[in-house]
Write a protein that binds this ligand. Structure first.
Ligand code: ADP
Ligand code: ADP
Ligand code: ZN
Length: 216
């Protein structure tokens, strides 16, 4: 099963991706997590990406296309994958189509999580993520069981620098300008399914599974 989880920052892509990993046993490919790991490890890629990420801008397409090509050709993607946070521009989507054509793994479905801006801002301002596994928590809606510690891997949870007020506004406008056009792009291909992302996490997951039964 080859899935794209799509939606604005804070829509719940990462949260749902983790549930799908557990349920279907296919990997989550989060370009945000990959970039943050590179920043943390101080790689050349991380150094190049950091300034864009801190401002809430997109990292240049050629960087992302390189990352995704390497990742999709790894062994664990053989049974399928969950793309989370990629593609975010039309050139990224075009490049993805070429890569997937080469490895003969077409996208089955693009799950578009719809959430209004004021709810996105509420969610992002309370978001905490695990420094080790990238799991997403929320101070108000979904706190870790032990304060400051990831339920899954016991890593330390923290607030992302780009989840602070000024970068968030910019990320939402970047989304509207550069990423939202992909909704029409995938609708035209007949593979877009839009879901109400404002429901609680378990309800959204149930709706996602109802869509995915066709592809399992
Ligand atoms: P969110 O979960 O809030 O949508 P991500 O963790 O997916 O955020 O991404 C964080 C940042 O990493 C983005 O603001 C951007 O700078 C960079 N990034 C992640 N994925 C991509 C991508 N596909 N293209 C360009 N930049 C990306
Ligand atoms: P994305 O990966 O799309 O940026 P996340 O999965 O990181 O989004 O979720 C953003 C924030 O909102 C996190 O703090 C998360 O705990 C919270 N969240 C996710 N889904 C829901 C939901 N259905 N209802 C309320 N809060 C949610
Ligand atoms: Zn963790």
């Amino acid at each position: 099963m080859n899935i794209i989880l799509f939606g604005p920052p804070g829509a719940g892509k990462g949260t749902q991706a983790k549930k799908l990993v557990d349920f279907y046993g296919i990997p989550q490919i989060s370009t945000g997590d990959i970039l943050r790991a590179n920043v943390r490890e101080g790689t050349e890629l991380g150094l190049a990406a950091k300034a864009y990420m801190d401002k809430g801008e997109l990292v240049p397409d050629d960087v992302l296309i390189g990352i995704i090509k390497n990742r999709l050709t790894e062994q664990d993607c053989i049974k399928g994958f969950i793309l989370d946070g990629y593609p975010r521009t039309v050139p990224q989507a075009d490049a993805l189509a070429v890569i997937l054509d080469e490895i003969e793994k077409p996208i089955d479905v693009v799950l578009n999580l719809e959430v209004p801006d004021e709810e996105l801002i509420r969610r992002i301002s309370g978001r905490l993520i695990c420094s080790k596994c990238g799991a997403s928590y929320n101070r108000t809606f979904n706190p870790p069981k032990k304060e400051g510690i990831c339920d899954i891997c016991e890593g330390e949870v923290f607030q992302r620098a780009d989840d602070k007020e000024d970068a968030v506004q910019n990320r939402l406008s970047v989304y509207k300008k550069q990423t939202q056009p992909l909704i029409a792009y995938y609708a035209k291909q007949g593979i877009l399914v839009t879901l109400d992302g404002t429901k609680d996490m378990e309800k959204v997951f149930k709706d996602i599974k109802a869509v995915l039964v066709k592809f399992a």
